[in-house]
Design a protein. Sequence first.
Length: 227
Amino acid sequence: MTRILVVDDEPQILRALRINLRARGYDVQVAETGAAALKTAAGHPPDLVVLDLGLPDLDGVEVIRGLRGWTTVPIIVLSGRAGSEDKVSALDAGADDYVTKPFGVDELLARIRAVTRRLGGAAPAEPALRIGRHTVDLADRTVSRDDDGGEVKLTPTQWAVLEKLLRNPGKLVSQRQLLHDVWGPEYQHETNYLRQYMAQLRRKLEDDPARPRHLLTEPGMGYRYRP
């Protein structure tokens, strides 16, 4: 079942879209703020995002950039901003389509079907990645042990942190970027969150958590995944 995340601060629109999308067989999640959208997407990755630009906490373009930091999920902007500059900004940030309010539900549903057809099956298969004696499958979101084939269970937040690093192999991912993309912009100074979650991931995945070889800390800067 296709999972759609609808992000809008207007309760009437959220209710109308939830009812119409569920009636057509979609699994629908909703969020009323940009921070809630980023957190929901990280914990339960959607197959498509319908996003309003005029959110109470974050500009929708910033939400697009936050999503694009770790996912290629299709994003359809649904906004009352009709100016060409707003459309260009959203599309340049990574949106796939732009629908102007007021809108017809049938038109939006057609846009959803069109984007799904256009992008469906186009993404390459996700590679399996290695961390010590573990194989990480990003497509299936599974971690298996090589010695016995057993599965290592990760929480949604642990997955969000790990996936952000694995999708940037060899690159430094700053503390601020991780906190912004996984927890939201209001958590960008909560570095203790990262220390705790990185320690948990190392205990689960590294052969020697005290001397990690793959999930590395760059003191004062951020973290790095070394293949």
